[in-house]
Design a protein around this ligand. Structure first.
Ligand code: NCD
Length: 320
């Protein structure tokens, strides 16, 4: 049985197939409207979420399936002390696939080892967020037409931001991706990403503190929120939280075709005035997350739709 714990669970070829499928779903939604009839998705969220949980639910509903689940640990038996290993055994009897978010790194992995159904890691602590990465890759590919030969600025909380960790893991596999890691000293990328992912894969990267200096060379600016819930004390969070604020003035320093992404939620790090800039793509990014999650659900459930109808190839530059 196949689970989704990390973006590395898929080869580059498989990622291309997932994106091609997402593109076909986005272009021909009616073709997939009954694909998951009779199937159930469980969403087990032990940590807050808006986009990830609702986009999974929307994905399953658009595939003709049903959903069940809980949105916080205190509304589940976790509050009574039940382990994720026991919970997933139970859920395996209630649903066909499960998306799980948990504050503890590795909890979805533990669940997958005891599960009778595919488990998708919907974010585990400060570790990984593979379905956000699938969303990010699909968005970049759709908007720029490529995932290689890009300079990407990752800005904000690079220490605790799991979306950044997963995205770096995925992007080092494409040629000529240059990473500009923009963070305050205290929120630098963890050494296990710097050494075991970036350096191990011979990726080029630079670590800087000033956003403005880097703006002119970026093809993508990926902003992130300072992860309040992972700080040990409030004081440190308050000192860091407004370190970067993307404004119209800073946007003026960037290329005319640079794209701004953000996994959302945004707090203060992107001024709302930037939303009107055509380069601001974060809402589009969130919308695209539904189609790639539909593609993921179908793939993990082993459901193939209309093999007779050719699907547009990502290699062919089909844009969604
Ligand atoms: C992200 C997360 O949960 O890591 N949100 C999301 O799923 N889109 C980013 C964040 O919370 O800052």
């Amino acid at each position: 049985m196949r689970h989704c714990m990390s973006p590395l669970d898929f080869s580059v070829q498989e990622l291309n197939e997932l994106m091609a499928l997402a593109c076909d779903i986005e272009s021909n939604p009616e073709k997939y409207a009954h694909a998951c009839e009779g199937k159930r998705l469980a969403t087990c969220f032990y940590e807050p979420s808006t986009r990830t949980r609702l986009s999974f639910e929307s994905a399953m509903l658009r595939l003709g399936g049903q959903t069940l689940g809980f949105a916080s640990a205190d509304s589940s038996s976790a509050a009574k002390g039940e382990s994720v290993a026991d919970t997933i055994r139970i859920i395996s009897g209630y649903a066909d696939i499960c998306a799980m978010r948990h504050p503890k790194e590795g909890a979805p992995l533990v669940a997958s080892s005891r599960s009778g159904i595919p488990v998708i890691n919907a974010g585990d602590g400060g570790h990984q967020h593979p379905t956000q990465t699938l969303t990010d890759l699909y968005t970049i590919h759709s908007l720029l037409g490529r995932l290689d030969h890009i300079t990407i600025g990752l800005c904000g909380d690079l220490k605790f931001g799991r979306t950044v960790h997963s995205l770096i893991n995925a992007l080092v596999r494409y040629p000529n991706v240059h990473f500009v890691l923009i963070s305050p000293e205290e929120l630098r990328i963890p050494s296990y990403i710097r050494e075991d992912v970036l350096e191990e894969n011979h990726a080029t990267y630079e670590e800087v503190e000033h956003l403005e200096d880097s703006m002119p060379k970026l093809d993508i600016l990926y902003m992130t929120r300072v992860q309040k819930e992972r700080f040990f004390n409030e004081e440190d969070y308050l000192r860091m939280k407004d370190f970067y604020i993307l404004t119209r003035e800073k946007m003026a320093l960037s290329k005319p075709d640079m794209i701004v992404m953000h996994p959302l939620p945004r707090v203060n790090e992107i001024s709302v005035e930037v939303d009107a800039d055509p380069r601001a793509k974060y809402f589009e990014q969130a919308r695209k997350g539904v189609f790639i999650r539909m593609a993921l659900i179908l793939t993990l459930l082993g459901i193939h739709i209309d093999p007779a109808i050719p699907q547009p190839s990502v290699e062919g530059g089909e844009s969604c």
